[in-house]
Design a protein around this ligand. Structure first.
Ligand SMILES: *[C@@H]1O[C@H](CO)[C@@H](O)[C@H](O)[C@H]1NC(C)=O
Ligand SMILES: *[C@@H]1O[C@H](CO)[C@@H](O)[C@H](O)[C@H]1NC(C)=O
Ligand SMILES: *[C@@H]1O[C@H](CO)[C@@H](O)[C@H](O)[C@H]1NC(C)=O
Ligand SMILES: *[C@@H]1O[C@H](CO)[C@@H](O)[C@H](O)[C@H]1NC(C)=O
Ligand SMILES: *[C@@H]1O[C@H](CO)[C@@H](O)[C@H](O)[C@H]1NC(C)=O
Ligand SMILES: *[C@@H]1O[C@H](CO)[C@@H](O)[C@H](O)[C@H]1NC(C)=O
Length: 639
């Protein structure tokens, strides 16, 4: 599923749709509108009843309370005037807002947006290194790329080889705001996989070279220079990525992870951990076997095992063992990467990738095929089935006989399969002690000693308990080499295959785990907009990251899923004698409903337009020879 062309309802296409796109993006009918900043858009009280200050029964109680406080603090930063917006901008970014800022601000007002400067952080992370590159080079590279959406004099065109789905959707999105935009060339990554992996040291040099100042208002200029110099440009720039083979003569047996690792900061755990060269062989060093790469106790920097820093939890630079536990790193579908920095826009990326993010094209689509055709958020919480549902394909990269136990979707489905978990629970007397606690497929291990204190674990009823509320099944085992889809000779033993279930039917269940596929999971926005509760693990970044709060709008999960049983016991409860655990259904409901309302406040199509509008003003500025003086200063002059 690289470059995607549509509409072409082949099997592959339908499979692809089912996988990543069952989204609800159609007309957004707000059930309520957002008012003044003091009207926090949550119908449910923010503090959890029954908690005495400072003492928490369960770490999740504490995480929820802390996250709600953080969220409130960010909401309090909402700006309600152009002056306040410009002030907040200068404070957070250390420079003047870009020219066009006043019109942009008016656009946000006209579209009823909630504006907090922090919500645009992604733009500044993505564009930061480009301030260390000569603007002329940025313009020329962007212009001569093979896939480009261009704005000239307020209208949009595209350059491509043929009709491409993502190109068309992004073209449409930019087209809706074209009359406001300066001239820009927006080079597009037409693959689903992210592509730029520039070594950390090189990015660090660009950041050190980056110069931006805040000139006095009298020195600032407000007219972009335009792209006229490109008309006669003979610059012909081509993709400069290495053509990696597998294994690679220069980069060894783990070419992709070697590039990922080099893009992490020198002091991160991943840079300090060697590449596991042997995970490809039939006999890896025992400690490199898939199940044994999983932690035996709490993942680093968690609150008694539960995610407390989502940025870190999703960053492979802090989790070196993900090199053998996530398909993206084990064997990605595409190896077309570049170690040189140039401007390239895309819909998602790893934290160490250097793409500039747009809202994923899928999120913009309102085609019936993508959206499910109608707005549906699911039944009210009390009417939902008190269990978890997951449907999808066994994607994540190219899974093969020798590597499938290292894939995240396979691992998750094994860990929620009651039969497999019961096998892993057999006491050492009944199985070879060397495989005690390990699932039958060798792809998960129950951490010894029950660090999460899950009651059913001590009673050896974990498998039964999981089986009682879990409904997770593949629709296609995506074998390689391709066998008779959807089954697969080497994984049939561990997974059954079922029909796809439309997303709106999934909303009849309370719990919606969301696990990465070949790249980010395109169903996430739909899940957030449902009244069910998304439980999210990912290594991917998206445009919306700084506007979504873990434990307030969704439940965060570690990429190893080691915390999953603890999370579910917290929400659903369990009743083994003598230590039954009460559930927290109200807490689950609250996060599900807050997430839905928030998604309808800050993840609307209008919010995507506002984000892209701001992004392209900044991009036009960083590509301009006079970028250091370009700025909006009208508010300062008036004062
Ligand atoms: C923004 O809107 C206000 C109120 O309608 C208007 O007075 C102002 O001229 C607009 N500013 C720009 C730059 O369009
Ligand atoms: C740009 O568009 C405006 C009006 O839309 C038109 O008057 C002007 O001639 C155009 N300029 C160029 C260079 O095409
Ligand atoms: C491009 O080249 C043409 C023909 O040589 C010339 O008339 C025009 O001024 C040039 N444009 C720019 C922006 O240099
Ligand atoms: C979360 O982790 C990141 C990466 O290590 C770090 O920069 C950040 O300060 C941490 N945030 C908090 C609130 O501790
Ligand atoms: C809830 O979902 C499970 C698993 O899909 C199913 O077996 C059960 O019948 C459902 N219960 C209700 C009340 O719908
Ligand atoms: C659960 O695991 C068992 C044993 O490995 C397998 O036969 C069964 O098909 C699995 N169930 C699902 C839903 O994949």
């Amino acid at each position: 599923m690289h470059s995607s062309t549509f509409p072409k309802p082949s099997w592959r296409f339908l499979q692809f749709l089912a996988l990543t796109t069952t989204l609800l993006v159609a007309t957004i009918l707000l059930t309520w509108t957002y008012g003044a900043p003091t009207h926090i858009p949550l119908s449910i009280p923010l503090s959890i009843p029954g908690l005495t200050h400072g003492s928490y029964e369960h770490p999740v109680d504490e995480l929820i309370a802390a996250a709600e406080a953080d969220f409130k603090a960010v909401l309090a930063k909402e700006v309600k005037s152009l002056d306040a917006a410009a002030k907040a901008y200068r404070k957070r970014r250390g420079r003047h807002p870009p020219p066009g800022f006043a019109e942009w601000y008016n656009f946000t007002v006209e579209h009823g947006a909630l504006v907090v400067e922090d919500f645009f952080d992604r733009i500044y992370d993505d564009l930061g290194p480009f301030w260390g590159i000569e603007p002329r080079k940025i313009r020329q590279q962007a212009h001569s790329f093979d896939f480009v959406i261009s704005v000239r004099n307020g209208s949009t065109t595209q350059k491509s080889d043929h009709e491409r789905a993502w190109m068309n959707l992004w073209h449409q999105l930019i087209g809706t705001i074209e009359k406001f935009l300066p001239d820009v060339d927006v080079p597009i990554n037409t693959m689903d996989e992210s592509r730029l992996l520039v070594p950390w040291e090189m990015i660090n040099d660009y950041m050190n070279d980056a110069r931006y100042t805040m000139p006095p208002a009298s020195d600032a200029i407000s007219e972009f220079s335009g792209l006229g110099d490109l008309d006669n440009s003979t610059y012909d720039w081509k993709w400069q990525g290495p053509h990696i083979t597998w294994p690679d003569s220069e980069k060894g047996r783990r070419p992709y992870w070697s590039l990922v690792r080099a893009a992490c900061a020198p002091d991160t755990p991943t840079r300090k951990t060697p590449v596991f060269e042997d995970i490809w062989s039939d006999h890896p060093r025992p400690e490199h076997a898939a199940a044994l790469l999983l932690p035996t106790s709490f993942p680093p920097n968690t609150l008694r095992g539960y995610v407390q820093n989502w940025t870190q939890a999703t960053d492979p630079c802090y989790h070196p063992h993900l090199q053998g536990l996530h398909g993206t790193f084990v064997e990605p579908l595409s190896l077309s990467t570049s170690e040189k920095l140039f401007p390239l826009f895309g819909g998602s990326k790893l934290p160490m990738n250097n793409e500039i993010l747009l809202p994923a094209a899928m999120y913009w689509s309102d085609m019936e095929l993508y959206s499910g055709g109608e707005e549906s958020h699911g039944l009210p919480w009390p009417k939902k089935n008190n269990s978890l549902i997951w449907r999808g394909a066994a994607t994540g990269g190219r899974n093969k006989k020798e590597n499938w136990p290292r894939f995240q979707r396979h691992r998750f489905l094994s860990m929620v399969n009651g039969t497999q978990v019961s096998t892993a629970e057999l006491p050492p007397g009944e199985v070879d002690p060397s495989i005690a606690g390990i699932g039958p497929g060798g792809n998960f291990r129950l951490p010894p000693g029950n660090p999460y204190g899950v009651s059913v674990v001590s009673e050896r009823h974990l498998g039964d308990w999981i089986g009682s509320f879990s409904d997770a099944e593949f629709m296609d085992l995506v074998c390689f080499p391709n066998e008779n889809a959807p089954t697969c000779s080497y994984t049939n033993e561990f997974y059954s295959v079922t029909e796809m279930m439309p997303m709106k039917e999934q909303y009849a269940y309370k719990y919606l785990p969301d696990i990465d596929g070949n790249s980010f999971s395109g169903r996430y926005r739909g899940f957030l907009r449902s009244t069910s509760l998304p439980i999210k693990a990912t290594v991917y970044k998206e445009w919306h990251d700084s506007r979504l709060f873990p434990w307030v709008h969704f439940v965060p999960m570690d990429n190893t899923f080691i915390d999953f049983y603890g999370i579910m016991e917290y929400f659903i409860g369990s009743d083994p004698e003598p230590t039954p655990k009460k559930g927290h259904d109200e807490a689950a409901r609250k996060i599900a409903e807050q997430g839905q309302k928030w998604a309808e406040t800050v993840l609307r199509r209008e919010d995507m337009q506002i984000y892209v509008y701001r992004l392209l003003l900044e991009y036009a500025r960083v590509s301009d020879d006079r970028r250091e003086r370009l700025g909006f200063v009208e508010d300062l002059k008036a004062a």
